[in-house]
Design a protein. Structure first.
Length: 204
């Protein structure tokens, strides 16, 4: 595990400890999830990283407990990572985590995506368990500069979501969405990742 995370390991391991100690108490993870934080959450979040740029601004949409945003920030130290989350108790948590892990590349913003359209723009947007892809496109694509990439962690219905959202994506300037199986370490199920580039600015 430590070898997989490399230089990010101390921060990710500490993040795991914080989730174990406070995650359930603060309503960030369910009680059943504590024993499978590594396999279902932290490694799942790490699967998105190879699809992201090594530099630039990454916006994590609906950061919640910090999955995948905190993991991304630890593994992409040269990137500015904006954790966008509307709920105050969650932004308080994210600020505490970023401070304790000394993640100087993290900015926490309490807001909804639609409220920062036109103001906040990134080179990549990440999303995990936020919304179906057709709705996610409306929220995420306006946050991307042309050439920027949306990387969404999805489940077994990823391919169907891509088909269902095709027309909405086109309206917002999205290119062809790709679904990839992303592996992390042996024994952990691969994660479905939807990757789509915003080719043009698009129209409402």
């Amino acid at each position: 595990m430590a070898e997989f995370f490399g230089d990010a390991w101390p921060a990710v391991a500490r993040f795991h400890s914080m989730l174990v100690d406070e995650g359930v108490l603060r309503g960030l993870v369910g009680p059943r999830e504590v024993t499978r934080l590594w396999s279902r959450h932290l490694l799942n979040s790490a699967a998105v990283v190879p699809f992201l740029p090594e530099r630039g601004r990454i916006i994590d949409l609906g950061s919640g407990a910090g999955l995948p945003g905190i993991v991304v920030a630890a593994m992409r130290p040269e990137c500015e990572v904006v954790l966008l989350e509307p709920m105050e108790r969650r932004t308080d948590w994210l600020t505490e985590v970023a401070t304790q892990l000394t993640l100087d590349n993290v900015t926490v913003e309490r807001n909804r995506a639609q409220d920062v359209h036109g103001r906040l723009v990134g080179d990549a947007v990440t999303a995990r368990a936020v919304a179906a892809l057709d709705k996610l496109y409306r929220m995420a694509l306006p946050l991307l500069r042309p050439g920027g990439v949306l990387v969404a962690l999805k489940g077994d219905k990823a391919e169907q979501e891509v088909q269902d959202a095709k027309h909405v994506g086109k309206k917002w300037g999205a290119g062809v969405a790709e679904v990839a199986l992303a592996s992390t370490i042996a024994g952990v199920e691969p994660t479905r990742v939807v990757r789509v580039v915003r080719e043009v600015a698009g129209v409402r």
